[in-house]
Design a protein around this ligand. Structure first.
Ligand code: GDG
Length: 457
């Protein structure tokens, strides 16, 4: 079996003596790397200031080499905060209003991809299989090809791929499309993303669908496919069962005092629909006065990308909104929304999911959304909670037992919440089982295997 080389913006180097379990993606890729031997390369997260970064820092663990590079301040600003997070992220999430395109940032993005290629190429052996992850690194294969690499190179996009009219608002869309044609396999989260990609090729007349998942574009032939990322379902379910006795989870259970818990967990990001969700919760309470004092909505929202102005502003907006709703609806012995603006440990998170009678996952747009899957896996099969899920999350293509909502429809989401909290046990169990069976079959190892088999059979 060929060696595997994974490249991603950040690399989850296991901490020595670390006990906290890593997320499913890191576990699955690490397992694939352990089986085949290989390299995981990416940015260290550190800056080298104004100096050109020193050579790669290599950390050997078993038969995996973690290869990390620093980036200069300018690189971090232009490549990461700039083009990746202020252009590609909003555009792929259909937020044209938030995209701030600049030539300097675009140039920085391509420059850092070339830099990654130059650092990576000397480590590559002729029959290595290379798997590149996410929107930060779209041009990487083109740069590696430029250096003469003929290896199989696959790309997986973790976020949505937008329709042509949205993508083409980005001035360098042609370069981005050309970049993808240098891969042997381009993987998306859902069939909708794949369709959008095919539509972009057709609309510009820059590519053809050859059938059988094959495309031709820019003089190259490559495969495209939908590979919905999963979680480590069985392990997470077991973990949540054990976490129910965790002291913090016990304290949380005691503190809700017999009230029903509604849970939301999202990185602080405008794609996650937090303000609409709080509006929907408020509407739910106002239209169901009997629920006053009987439910607690816990929203866990670790900060992310605070350097990007929209994120900083959002942090204030969401906190103020939660405060306003609590002020208007709460009473001396009831706080309707508990808003936590930092990360909680994974064992606690799993236990809290299990406590939740409803999981409220209502992004305005999401590639997949692993929180929805974790919430389902964490449930007690005897008494499962109900998933209220945005139809615009990739996960909605798979989780048919959820109550699907349009997150822009505040009243509709409020009604779904009311339905979730009053759903009879039998229906909850049926809905949960449909989803759990699907999550057990299509877990993250399956995702990893399917992609790698299609890339290099
Ligand atoms: C991107 C795509 C796609 C969250 N808060 C805490 C915490 N988390 C963990 C969750 C989950 C992960 O972060 C979030 O994953 P999502 O999939 O929900 O969202 P993104 O971060 O936007 O991920 C997304 C994903 O890539 C994979 O392809 O599904 O569509 O946008 O695992 O549990 N973990 C801990 N404490 C927290 O407070 N420990």
């Amino acid at each position: 079996m060929s060696r595997l080389v994974v490249v991603s913006n950040r690399v989850p180097v296991p901490e020595k003596g670390g006990i906290a379990p890593a997320g499913g993606l890191a576990v699955a890729l690490k397992a694939a790397l352990e089986e085949r031997g290989g390299i995981w390369m990416g940015w260290s997260g550190n800056s080298s200031g104004a100096q050109e970064p020193e050579k790669l820092k290599e950390i050997q663990q078993g038969n995996i080499t973690y290869a990390l590079t620093d980036l200069t301040d300018t690189d971090v600003e232009e490549y990461y905060h700039g083009f990746a997070n202020r252009v590609l992220w909003p555009i792929c999430h259909y937020r044209l209003d938030l995209a701030e395109y600049g030539r300097k940032e675009m140039a920085g993005y391509f420059r850092v991809n070339r830099f990654f290629a130059h650092r990576l190429a000397p480590l590559i052996k002729p029959d290595d299989v290379i798997w590149v992850h996410d929107y930060h690194l779209i041009p990487l294969a083109a740069e590696l090809r430029q250096m003469g690499l003929k290896n199989k190179i696959g790309f997986f996009l973790h976020i949505p791929w937008p329709p042509a009219d949205v993508l083409f608002t980005m001035p360098v869309h042609e370069e981005i499309m050309r970049g993808l044609s240098h891969y042997d396999l381009v993987g998306f989260q859902t069939d909708h993303d794949l369709e959008n990609f095919a539509g972009c090729l057709r609309r510009e007349g820059i590519g053809d669908e050859l059938g059988d998942g094959r495309f031709s574009s820019h003089g190259r032939t490559f495969k495209g496919g939908a590979y919905s990322i999963g979680i480590e379902t069985a392990a997470f379910a077991e973990f949540a069962r054990k976490s129910a006795t965790h002291s913090m989870v016990r304290k949380a259970r005691e503190s809700i005092e017999g009230r029903s818990l509604i849970i939301g967990v999202d990185r602080l990001d405008y794609s996650k629909g937090l303000t609409q969700r709080i509006d929907a919760f408020e509407h739910f309470i106002l239209t169901n006065p009997a629920q006053q004092g009987r439910v607690t909505y816990l929203q866990i929202t670790p900060k992310s990308r605070s350097e990007v102005p929209e994120y900083e502003a959002m942090q204030r907006t969401v906190a103020e909104q939660a405060g306003r709703v609590n002020g208007a609806l709460g009473s001396v012995d009831w706080v309707p929304i508990r808003y936590i603006n930092r990360s909680v440990g994974r064992p606690i998170l799993a236990g809290l999911y299990r406590l939740g009678k409803a999981g409220l996952v209502t992004p305005l747009r999401d590639g997949m959304n692993l929180v929805a899957k974790e919430y389902v896996a964490a449930q007690d099969p005897e008494d499962p909670g109900v998933l209220v899920l945005s139809r615009f999350a990739g996960a909605a293509r798979q989780l048919k037992g959820a109550l699907l909502v349009n997150p822009y429809d505040i009243e509709g989401t409020a009604n779904a919440l009311a339905r979730a909290l009053s759903m009879p046990l039998e229906e909850r169990q049926e809905r949960w089982k449909v989803m759990m069976d699907q999550l057990l079959e299509f877990d993250v190892s399956r995702w990893c295997r399917d992609f790698l088999t299609d890339l290099a059979p």
